[in-house]
Design a protein around this ligand. Structure first.
Ligand code: ZN
Length: 116
């Protein structure tokens, strides 16, 4: 899955209007290097951790207690972020009017129910 999230935690962590991320099956992802995770409680009640590189501070990955088998990667940390093809937008209820949303993408006021 790939999409944009406008929740307040993503706004705070990125310092921007939203985060852009891709979710992979955890077993398909190999991480190298040290990430420092900052944990918050999402509106859903899930514990969400956003991991930044311990060396440069770049936001790299996220994890959620609600999706224990998924590894989420922040698109801006990829070597080739141009390959990102967003499929949806979540937490539009928190979006700022100045932050553009692709009118062609499906939008959800909050996090829709997903199969993990
Ligand atoms: Zn978010």
């Amino acid at each position: 899955m790939a999409g944009h999230c406008h929740c307040l935690d993503c706004q705070h962590m990125t310092g921007a209007g939203h985060s852009s991320m891709i979710g992979f099956p955890k077993a398909a992802v190999t991480m190298q290097g040290q990430l420092e995770f900052h944990e918050t409680t999402a509106d859903s009640g899930n514990k969400v951790g956003r991991g930044a590189c311990a060396t440069c501070g770049s936001l790299v990955a996220a994890r959620s207690s609600g999706f224990p088998d998924m590894a989420t990667i922040f698109v801006g940390s990829l070597d080739d972020p141009k390959r990102f093809k967003p499929q949806f937008v979540v937490f539009t209820v928190r979006a700022n009017g100045w932050d553009h949303m692709d009118p062609a993408l499906p939008k959800f006021e909050r996090m829709p129910p997903m199969q993990s």
